[in-house]
Structures are given as C-alpha cells and as structure tokens.
Design a protein around this ligand. Structure first.
Ligand code: AKG
Length: 279
C-alpha cells in the first residue's frame, strides 16, 4: 500500500513530467482474474474489433466495463491508484471512462494525441483528466506498450494528428499502472509480437466536468445500487461542492437508497450562519 510520501511523489511526477508509473500496483491474482474476465466477456458477447483507425482495427475495446463483471469494480477504486488521482484532482473526482484495450498482433501504432484537445482551454492548463493505463500483460517495445512524450503536457499546442514524433515507450511489468495527465502527448504502440497486449484505460476527471462515458445512464440502476458507495460517487452519484449535479436540491446518491447525502451549499451556508449566531 502507498504511503503518504509515495502518493505525493507520484502526484509531483504527474505535475512535473506529465506521468508516473506505479510498478506492480495490482497483485498477480487480481491481474489474472481481470484478464480471465475480459476473455470471458469477449467470448460470451461476441465482441468485434474496433472500426476506426484511432481505436485500432486489430484492437478489441470493451466500453462501460463496470456493467460486465463485479471484479472490475476493484479497478477504479484501487488503493494503490485512486489516492494518487485524488491528490492531483480532488476527492470529488469522477470516473470519466473505463474500457479494455486489447491490442492484437499486427496492430499498428496509434497516432500520437492527447485526450483534452477537444476541450476549448488554452494549453498548458491544470490537469483536468488523469488516465490510468493498467498493464495486464508485460508492456514491451514489441507488443504495443503506450508511447509518451514526457513533459509534453506543458507544450502550448496539441500534436498534429498522424505526424510521427520522437516518443518513448512506457515499458512496465504486468500489474503496473501508468498514470498520466491526459494533456500528455501519447498513443498506443505497434504490436509486432505474436501475442495480444492486454490493458485497461481507466480515466478520471474533475467533479465539475462532463464524464467521457455517460455512466449514470450506461450502468443499469440495479447494478449501480450494488456498488460500494465510493464507486457510486465516482460514477457521478454525488454533488460537486454541494452545487453541481443535484436533483431538486437532493444528492443523487439518495436515489440509490443511501442515507445522508450531501447538503446543498446554499443550505449548508444557512446552517453554518445559524450555528454561528447561536454561539
Ligand atoms: O492503448 C494504449 O496504450 C493507449 C490508448 C489511448 O491512448 C487511447 O485510445 O486514447
């Protein structure tokens, strides 16, 4: 488990270099279980390869992963990952998207891109999304390990789509997680090996932002009700700073049967005022 100093040092690296690697963050048992679940779902749901050059014609992606297997719930909540994200964003951050990224042999390198380039904010900007790439197999030069340009989150522009850049390969053993500021220039590598590269992308954003996947509609209510409370909050059943996301002045977590939702900021202000007046 990460110490407070570890958490801070990973958060500092994300701020300074744009990325950090948490080596062997997940246990081998969890990694094997996750991989087996991905294989089972691919089989049972007869899922096909992606259909765009960006997503990869030899890549199999499963979106909305939390709906498929309860074991996946452990990923966004992982104790060696989430505290680092919370240190860079805050504790009211959200899960933005969560998908599998399985690159088959022959998959070409993905164009270098960054994940915030459609958001009309001048670069460089504060980290607004943090992506966690989970390596479920060893990430090697020859099997499609993610390529990154360290420090590029501070560049004043986004990369030119389709242009070749001098990137480094984020090689890491299975079970490791690379966390990066999504403004970092990056892309999946080419898989020239004869085996599949298994990975997850689990991205988090601020609580005041729109999530990339619509998790409140995409995850059936009967599934969300069974989530641990923290996962419900991460999926958007919460109110950022007691202001953004309420339903008729109520915290949406109460829709899932939870008690003691957050008070709205305007109510909380009156309660505070009354308390001070009574002192
Ligand atoms: O597959 C990878 O290593 C990275 C994928 C990625 O960056 C993306 O699809 O946006």
């Amino acid at each position: 488990m990460l110490t407070d100093a570890d958490i801070q040092s990973h958060a500092d690296r994300i701020r300074d270099d744009g990325y950090t690697v948490i080596e062997r963050a997940a246990s081998p048992e969890l990694v094997e279980g996750l991989k087996a679940a991905v294989l089972r779902i691919e089989r049972e749901h007869d899922l096909g390869l992606a259909k765009t050059s960006f997503e990869g014609f030899k890549t199999l992606r499963i979106n909305n992963l939390l709906t498929y297997d309860d074991l996946f719930w452990e990923v966004p909540l992982h104790e060696n990952v989430l505290p680092v994200v919370e240190r860079v964003l805050d504790r009211e951050c959200l899960l933005s998207s969560f998908c599998s990224l399985v690159l088959g042999p022959g998959q070409e390198a993905q164009p270098i891109h960054e994940d915030t380039q459609l958001i009309p904010l001048p670069r460089p900007h504060i980290p607004i999304t943090i992506n966690a790439i989970w390596a479920l197999t060893d990430f090697r030069d020859d099997n499609g390990a993610t390529r990154i340009l360290p420090g590029s989150h501070k560049f004043p522009t986004s990369p030119e789509y389709g242009k070749e850049y001098d990137a480094v390969t984020a090689t890491m053993p299975a079970g490791s997680v690379m966390l990066f500021d999504s403004a970092l220039w990056h892309g999946g590598g080419a898989n020239t090996s004869d085996a599949r590269r298994f990975a997850f992308s689990c991205a988090y954003c601020w609580g005041w932002m729109r999530q990339q996947e619509n998790l409140q509609l995409g995850i059936p209510r009967e599934t969300a009700v069974r989530f641990p409370r923290r996962l419900q909050e991460l999926c958007g059943y919460g109110v950022y700073k007691g202001q953004f996301g309420h339903i008729d002045n109520r915290d949406p977590i109460e829709l899932l049967g939870r008690e003691r939702g957050k008070r709205m900021v305007w109510e909380a202000t009156d309660v505070k005022k009354a308390r001070m007046a009574n002192q």
